[in-house]
Design a protein around this ligand. Structure first.
Ligand code: FES
Length: 124
């Protein structure tokens, strides 16, 4: 098993108030990143999945923007309430959550199901 099996990038970019493109930070992305990190830790996944803050992912109008690699699953409009579902359904079970997909073909996932994450031996 590699150092990390999946990376969850959360845009935490900030722009000045009133900027025409807006930004994910003003939509609460920092709290979402913290919640993702906490949930990964709670599930015993902190050693295999990394939640990274990122700069602008160039999906500003869909923010809060999140992308999960290596699959390249793009979610938009992510809220705090979505965090447990993202961990359980997408990170652990490789399932794409249709409701969260960015509605733009440029961000479409290659497929709708990906390999289940191999869990670390001492999962809590
Ligand atoms: S500001 Fe978040 S995707 Fe651009």
């Amino acid at each position: 098993m590699g150092r990390f099996e999946r990376h969850v990038f959360i845009c935490t970019n900030e722009r000045p108030a009133g900027h025409p493109r807006g930004c994910c930070r003003e939509k609460g992305s920092e709290a979402i990143r913290s919640a993702l990190k906490s949930e990964l830790k709670r599930c015993g996944l902190a050693d295999v999945v990394r939640a990274n803050a990122s700069g602008c992912l160039d999906a500003c109008e869909f923010g809060v923007s999140v992308v999960i690699y290596p699959e390249g699953i793009w979610y938009g409009g992510v809220t705090l309430e979505d965090v447990p579902k993202i961990i359980e359904r997408t990170v652990l079970n490789g399932e794409v959550i249709e409701r969260l997909l960015i509605r733009d073909p440029r961000y479409a996932p290659a497929q709708r199901q990906y390999p289940i994450l191999p869990l670390p031996p001492k999962r809590v």
